[in-house]
Design a protein around this ligand. Structure first.
Ligand SMILES: NC(=O)c1ccc[n+]([C@@H]2O[C@H](COP(=O)([O-])OP(=O)(O)OC[C@H]3O[C@@H](n4cnc5c(N)ncnc54)[C@H](O)[C@@H]3O)[C@@H](O)[C@H]2O)c1
Length: 370
């Protein structure tokens, strides 16, 4: 039997709810082939080899509950498995420092706890929890715009020698100075900003690369996204979006031989439509020119459950972080970050990133699978 992977969660929102309920869905439906995942096994690790051992949030209705209870708390809305069918767990949700985590538009939904503890006191408690629970990987699904909170968690990982998977566009694994600190401490980090499985970014960059590789000239392109969960509500606050726009735009630009002028490309989350819930709609258009300067254009509309989209990728990121730990490899894990994240330290084509990631995994099998 494979060794267990012990994971701590930061930001017990819809993404984690989808991850945990998805694993339970497969557990309860053993005849159902495990689809919606790139690798069923990675160097011997399967999807049931992960233990979620602790969680951290700021919502007063989530702190003090077990993880499997907290994932159903308002304003979360993933309901693939009824709450009474989720297994019991001892893993609790603890208080984390709010810092810049809670935006203007979501504060009356998140209802952050009125904390009497300082950030330093919380940091000391968190480090104790990480040690007592044997957490070896922290995965962050904080809200967009949580730059200070992300730095807090990156520092916690450095202090506790815990690997870091950063699913949001606050730059750590792709920031040269932070990446060096993870390298110096030989702690793996994978980031930043998770790519959906068949999400807006991967579809847009793949089609942009196709148009580029087929020799056409792209003249302008846009991608607009709308959704109805707290992630989209939070992104109504434009000031929180700076790094999200960089992350999404660079992900497309990196696939072109010649960059588009800034005013010829728009990639961004654009609005909150409450009744969409976790459904994300993406509208994308590419305009360009072919042989003899003849114009062409294409439009794509993607309709996808955003939480299923992210869970199928983060489950690979967790296992790749563990493989890096097993092999004593620290710093930003470049192939994993390029393959699974929108804003890695080194952009690659998705074909190259997949090949490099698979070579990374194949370098040696996990002993339990031998
Ligand atoms: N396909 C995807 O869903 C996808 C893809 C890429 C990136 N992301 C990013 O993942 C993140 C999570 O998405 P989500 O839908 O789960 O969001 P969510 O709003 O449902 O959950 C965020 C959680 O973080 C908690 N939180 C806020 N401040 C905190 C703090 N300082 N410390 C600890 N917890 C805090 C909130 O209470 C909430 O439980 C977002 O930044 C989103 O943009 C998602």
């Amino acid at each position: 039997m494979a060794e267990r992977i012990r994971v701590g969660l930061v930001g017990i929102g819809n993404c984690f709810s989808g991850l945990l309920q998805g694993i339970e869905y497969y557990r309860q439906n053993p005849s159902q082939e495990v689809i919606g995942i790139i690798h069923e096994r990675l160097a011997g690790y399967g999807i049931y080899d992960i233990d979620f051992v602790c969680g951290f949030d700021v919502g007063e209705n989530k702190i003090g509950k077990t993880i499997n209870e907290a994932i159903y708390e308002y304003p979360n809305m993933v309901d693939w498995i009824p709450i009474n069918q989720m297994p019991k767990t001892d893993a609790m949700v603890y208080e984390g420092p709010a810092l810049d985590g809670v935006g203007l538009w979501v504060q009356n939904r998140v209802k952050p706890i009125q904390s009497s503890k300082t950030t330093d006191e919380l940091a000391a408690e968190i480090k104790r929890t990480i040690e007592e629970t044997g957490t070896e990987i922290i995965v962050s699904y904080l809200p967009v715009g949580s730059d200070k909170a992300t730095e807090f968690w990156a520092q916690i990982c450095l202090d506790t020698k815990t690997a870091f998977v950063n699913c949001i566009p606050s730059f750590i694994a792709s920031d040269v100075a932070w990446a060096r600190r993870f390298e110096d401490e030989n702690i793996p980090c994978i980031g930043d900003d998770i790519k959906g499985q068949v999400g807006a970014t991967i579809v847009h960059r793949t089609l942009a690369k196709l148009c580029n590789d087929r020799g056409t000239r792209i003249e302008k392109t846009y991608q607009i996204n709308v959704g109805g969960n707290t992630d989209f509500l939070n992104m109504k606050e434009q000031e929180r979006l700076v790094s999200k726009k960089i992350s999404k735009t660079e992900s497309v630009q990196s696939q072109l031989d010649e960059r588009l002028d800034d005013d010829q490309i728009y990639v961004g989350p654009s609005d909150f439509i409450p009744f969409l819930g976790n459904t994300k709609l993406m509208f994308m258009r590419i305009e360009g020119r072919q042989w003899a300067n003849i114009p062409y254009n294409m439009e794509v509309r993607l309709d996808v459950d955003d939480k299923a989209n992210s869970a199928g990728i983060v489950i690979d990121a967790i296992r790749l972080a563990r493989i890096a730990l097993d092999r004593g490899i620290g710093g930003p894990i470049r192939p994993a970050s390029a393959y699974l994240m929108k804003h890695p330290i080194q952009q690659m084509s998705d074909v190259q990133a997949k090949a490099d990631c698979e070579s990374f995994v194949a370098e040696g099998e996990h002993p339990a699978s031998a």
